[in-house]
Write a protein of this length. Structure first.
Length: 436
């Protein structure tokens, strides 16, 4: 097997075949296990957002916490603020301490925060402060998950599979939304309201605890180790991955030095440096990334956050039946990335991003016209949005993939850009989740 790295004439620069060795791997059980173990972050976020929205209607009742409407609404805000802080804070630590360390820590933070939410004991000042603190901690954990895990997936998935994998994993947010809706419907209707909302908040931590055990056996990202100047550790990690792939019967061809790239490890990159890279060196790429993020975020939040209001106020749907329409909406969002995500690898990013954004926009305009003409019902409105977000969800997921890839290499010498990629990948917004 070709050596992973070799020194070059320029001080501090090494030539490495590790990226090429990762990209030439066939899909294997290792990749499936990694995606399942790491991709659960999106499921947990979708579950948390949906559960919080579902139980909000009962937390102002005396049988639960008896909170005012304003205090209940603040719960979601505190969670989202926690995601922002967590993405920024843990994103930096992910560059410093490693992907594996951070995706273990961030999941642990989420488990503690969300688990303790269920222990809120009343509506007094101390209890409400405790409730907000636990939601903030849970949000920090999920925000940190996004920062560490997007980087790990991008760095460990072979390039020819990266598009469909990233898009499918991001799309599983809606799988979490479905689970959250079902959990809330089950526990709030089968159990007493006082116990039901608490149990609903424990569904995520139980799932996360199982995944925590799976993550323990994942290797560190060899790309990150190379960027930190840990050549021997990187070689050990890539060999472990290769051996696991070969154990499935695959034959791996040697990688020649002509496929090596030059990498200059970076010890530390601050946020000031990151800002300069984004807005001084690569203003065009930064504008593209921001445009993709902002537009899909606006579309999702405008629809998703007002969906229940539209159903109940405009179409007269009973509050108890609205969640079933949300499930249908979530199914459409989940189906898109899982079915057409592969086209982002075969047809290309530019073609598919353009197509999904254009189709979504045109269909949304048509639906808006039909809504204004008062010719839609709750059912036909839901069907229309399912079709629209079948395409929009894939396009929105591709926005995250694009931001990561366009900052992957420096122009010219194909060097690793620095260790700021996890913070670039953590600039996320939309779909009712995080915003940094």
């Amino acid at each position: 097997m070709t050596a992973a790295t070799a020194t070059v004439n320029e001080p501090g620069v090494v030539r490495s075949t590790i990226p090429a060795r990762i990209d030439r791997l066939p899909w294997s059980k290792f990749h499936t296990r990694m995606v399942v173990a790491l991709g659960v972050a999106w499921i947990l976020d979708g579950l948390e957002i949906t559960v919080a929205g579902a139980v909000a209607a009962v937390l102002n009742k005396n049988s639960t916490l008896g909170l005012s409407t304003g205090k209940v609404g603040l719960i979601a805000t505190v969670y989202l603020v926690g995601e922002v802080v967590g993405a920024l804070f843990f994103g930096r630590l992910s560059d410093k301490w490693g992907r594996k360390n951070l995706f273990m820590i961030t999941l642990g933070v989420y488990l503690v925060g969300s688990g303790l939410t269920a222990a809120t004991w009343g509506a007094g000042a101390g209890a409400v402060t405790f409730l907000y603190a636990t939601r903030f901690i849970a949000g920090m954990g999920i925000g940190g998950e996004y920062a560490a895990i997007n980087s790990a997936i991008d760095e460990l998935i072979p390039a020819r599979y990266r598009g469909r994998t990233d898009i499918a994993v991001n799309g599983t947010y809606w799988g979490g939304a479905i689970l959250g809706t079902l959990a809330a419907l089950l526990f709030l209707n089968v159990m007493s309201e006082s116990a039901g909302w608490r149990i609903a908040f424990l569904v995520g931590p139980v799932l996360g605890l199982v995944i925590l055990l799976v993550r323990r056996n994942l290797p560190e990202s060899p790309r990150w180790q190379i960027m930190r100047g840990r050549e021997d550790e990187a070689e050990a990690s890539i060999r472990r991955i290769e051996q696991e792939v070969e154990a499935t019967g695959a034959t791996l061809e040697p990688v020649g030095d002509d496929r090596a790239i030059e990498i200059k490890p970076v010890d530390r990159t601050g946020y000031l440096t990151l800002v300069k890279v984004l807005f001084q060196r690569y203003p065009g790429r930064s504008t593209l990334g921001a445009t993709l993020m902002i537009t899909q975020s606006f579309l999702y939040n405008a629809i998703f956050f007002t969906y229940t209001i539209v159903l109940t106020k405009f179409y007269g749907i009973d509050d108890t039946k609205a969640p079933f329409f949300l499930i249908a909406f979530a199914v459409g969002n989940l189906a898109g990335p899982l079915t057409i995500g592969r086209l982002f690898d075969t047809l290309g990013r530019r073609v598919m991003i353009t197509a999904t954004y254009l189709i979504s926009g045109v269909l949304l305009a048509v639906t808006a016209f039909l809504f204004q003409a008062d010719v839609l019902t709750a059912t036909t409105q839901t069907i229309a949005w399912c079709v629209i977000f079948f395409f929009a969800s894939a396009g929105a997921s591709a926005a995250y993939l694009t931001v990561s890839e366009i900052f992957r290499w420096r122009s010219g010498r194909r060097r690793s850009p620095c260790s700021s990629r996890s913070r670039s990948a953590s600039v996320r917004s939309g779909r009712g989740s995080t915003a940094t």
